[in-house]
Design a protein around this ligand. Structure first.
Ligand SMILES: Nc1nc2c(ncn2[C@@H]2O[C@H](COP(=O)(O)OP(=O)(O)OP(=O)(O)O)[C@@H](O)[C@H]2O)c(=O)[nH]1
Ligand SMILES: [Mg+2]
Length: 677
């Protein structure tokens, strides 16, 4: 890669609603950068960006991917464009979040035929979080019934008239004008007044970035060309100016002008210092110690482990020793790769602003920091949304049982918005993700990569049981069948235990009715007895057991005999103590636009939800509610369809609660018939 000074690097992520043309724009840009000899398209499977089997099959992007190239702008200035294509589909939000955390700016795409959509708002929100500089490409302007000005108006109404300024305007004959670069004489008559008005407004925005420029402006003095362009860059940097670009990849309109405008206006890594965990600012200087953050890991079937790093400072070269402060491990840089879709190019060095993949790192994983040995620069980890949808998975062929653990482990390690949960109570392997599509794609990816097929079903709920009354139990385990017999007898009382109380076992044996060693054996029997309750065979919790009497035999008593006596006595006692079924309750926070409040309250009601509160949050409404876990497995898809994708939610385990009696009997019957069947 040509050695381009850091000041001339433009690093940005394409973000926006699914289908708004991000990947198509990347394909078009890569063609203009000379990276490919014809323009690829996600539509017909020729996209350089959407190249994986899963992306081709679903015709959407699934993973965030870096691309870069050297661009000679219309001004003859040479810029390096480092771009991240991100998926817009809601299930893959984790990839967009990661990309937005490691780039210096964002280009948000809005399909002119649809306007601002829920994915556009998600992208905007992610930018707001870091006050990320951003521009907006209005795409698909070749489509019927699209109108640049209508979409522009919608954008201005949503995000500010003064701030959202068109920089690349369409002409009535399907061309585009880069208003800052087009010589006045070449501006079509239809746009002359408009361009002048915009430029006047831009001068004001540029002047506002600096007191001395403001003074000049008020005194009627003209800003120099440098003052004007630097002022605009600063205004974009501060997200006070959001440049808007008119594009269509189908008619090749406005793409080059957008690249020129981005090259001119977007920040360089120098303009965007990041803070490390210790609070120090790391600036993108080559002569500073190397530092970087891992934002994605991927196991390439041919190359092996690829660790994608955003470099924040210094220079990285093959063969260098580096340090992973997150894991306190040394690493050695093997190859440094620029990855453009399927194509990889070995680099002799990489520096601040770059997004590269390192091969063969041994201890480094997603969200780890890397730095020069002795520097100990650590960055805050990227916070990913928690997964909310789950599949219980099983191998399709029993012979693959050994392989699925490894394959799932690898997939979840690569994708931070998935989680693997080995539920020891239901004995199920549960894969969590951001929605059914995400889970389906993860299973497809595993099948394509590891040749392991899985089936899935709704996970079982890990019910528990407890008692609501007191009970007594007595069991004498006595067997005489020739040779040494078995003997152990115990008497117990049980009662409900306060969850905060740690002590569940009370030894009230007096006078040596049961010798010490056999008391421990009884205790083991109680522990075993609590593992399988009488209702559905699940764990029994919050029970206090008091052992108060028993008897033993000098010859026949053994640990085993007392363990059996303990476990049986406990079961008898539980049966007398009004056992009840408990279910896990999740606390949910559902976020929806105002107009869906009624529908969501209704939906939560049908799910036995208890609304805890509601109130405004970031222009939307947040409803918090307690919902039994058994009712949450389909909530993700129901919420999406009810709100046309505009609702989102998160949830966490809260506590166990009694299952209402009418449901408990159904669950108990089902569990018993399953046992018998
Ligand atoms: N007519 C027209 N169609 C376009 C244009 N840009 C993209 N498309 C089509 O729109 C569809 C979606 O485009 P993508 O580039 O895959 O959209 P995306 O934003 O990457 O979508 P996700 O990856 O799902 O987030 C494809 O069928 C494209 O061919 C355009 O400028 N004009
Ligand atoms: Mg895409």
């Amino acid at each position: 890669m040509k050695n381009i000074p850091i000041d001339n690097v433009r690093n940005f992520a394409l973000m926006g609603h699914t289908g708004s043309g991000k990947t198509s724009l990347i394909d078009s840009i890569l063609f203009k950068l000379g990276q490919v000899d014809r323009v690829g398209s996600p539509e017909n499977g020729t996209s350089v960006a959407d190249w994986t089997d899963e992306e081709k099959a679903h015709e959407i992007s699934i993973w965030a991917k870096p691309f870069d190239g050297v661009y000679t702008a219309a001004s003859r200035k040479v810029r390096r464009l480092v771009m991240l294509d991100t998926p817009g589909f809601a299930d893959f939000i984790g990839q967009m979040v990661a990309a937005s955390e490691v780039t210096d700016a964002s280009l948000i795409t809005i399909d002119a035929s649809s306007g601002i959509q829920v994915g556009t708002q998600r992208a905007w929100k992610a930018c707001e979080k870091r006050n990320l500089p951003r521009g907006i490409a209005i795409t698909c302007l070749d489509k019927d019934d699209t109108d640049f000005d209508n979409t522009l108006l919608e954008i201005k109404e949503r995000w500010g008239d003064d701030r959202c300024i068109p920089m690349v305007l369409p002409t009535s004959d399907g061309q585009a004008v880069d208003i800052l670069n087009c010589p006045v004489g070449q501006i079509p008559d239809e746009l002359k007044d408009r361009v002048k008005g915009i430029k006047d407004h831009l001068i004001e925005l540029a002047a506002e970035t600096d007191d001395s420029l403001m003074e000049k402006y008020f005194e009627g003095e003209e800003l120099t060309a440098d003052e004007f362009s630097e002022g605009l860059r600063k205004s974009v940097h501060d997200a006070h100016l959001i440049p808007i670009f008119a594009t269509s990849v189908k008619t090749d309109m406005g793409v080059k002008e957008t690249m020129d405008s981005i090259s001119r206006l977007f920040p360089s890594p120098h303009d965007y210092p990041v803070s490390c965990a210790e609070g120090n600012e790391i600036s993108a200087e080559e002569d500073q110690p190397f530092s970087g953050k891992v934002w994605r890991c991927f196991n390439d079937p041919f190359i092996g482990q690829l660790t994608f790093v955003r470099i924040y400072s210094g220079v990285l070269k093959p063969g260098m020793e580096i340090y992973n402060p997150t894991k306190n491990q040394k690493e050695k840089v093997s190859s440094i790769l620029y990855v453009d879709g399927k194509k990889t190019t070995e680099a002799s060095e990489a520096k601040a602003g770059d997004i590269v993949a390192l091969t063969k790192l041994k201890h480094t994983y997603l969200n780890d920091s890397l730095c020069a040995p002795g520097a100990t620069i650590q960055f805050e980890p990227i916070i990913f949304p928690s997964p909310v949808a789950a599949y219980a998975v099983e191998p399709k062929n029993k012979a693959d049982a050994d392989k699925i653990g490894m394959a799932l482990h690898r997939a979840t390690e690569e994708d931070p918005s998935t989680k693997l949960d080995h539920n020891t109570e239901t004995h199920e392997l549960v894969l969590w993700g951001m929605g059914d599509m995400h889970l389906d794609v993860t299973l497809e990816h595993i099948k394509n990569r590891s040749n392991v097929e899985m089936t899935h079903h709704t996970p079982k709920v890990a019910y528990k049981e407890t008692i609501t009354g007191r009970g007594e139990g007595h069991y004498k385990h006595k067997k005489q069948s020739g040779g040494r017999g078995q003997y152990g007898e115990c008497y117990i009382r049980i009662c409900p235990k306060d969850p905060a109380e740690e002590n569940w076992f009370l030894n009230k044996i007096v006078g040596g009715a049961i010798p010490g060693g056999f008391i421990t054996a009884c205790e083991k029997g109680f522990v075993e007895g609590l593992e399988k309750g009488p209702l559905v065979g699940s764990k029994v919790i919050n029970v206090q057991v008091e052992l108060y009497d028993g008897s033993y035999h000098d010859v026949d008593s053994s640990e085993v005999a007392f363990k059996i006596a303990g476990s049986r006595a406990l079961h008898l006692a539980i049966e007398q103590s009004n056992p009840v079924l408990l279910e896990p309750i999740m606390t949910m926070k559902v976020i929806v636009p105002d107009q869906f409040m009624g529908d969501i309250s209704g939906l939560l009601n049908t799910k036995r939800g208890r609304i805890l509160g509601m109130g405004p949050e970031d222009g939307l409404q947040a409803i918090s509610a307690d919902v039994p876990q058994s009712e949450t497995f389909k909530f993700c898809s129901e919420l999406r369809s009810l709100t046309s994708g505009q609702g989102s939610f998160e949830m966490e385990f809260s506590r166990y609660e009694k299952v209402p009696a009418h449901l408990a009997s159904k669950i108990t019957e089902a569990a018993n018939s399953e046992k018998e069947g």
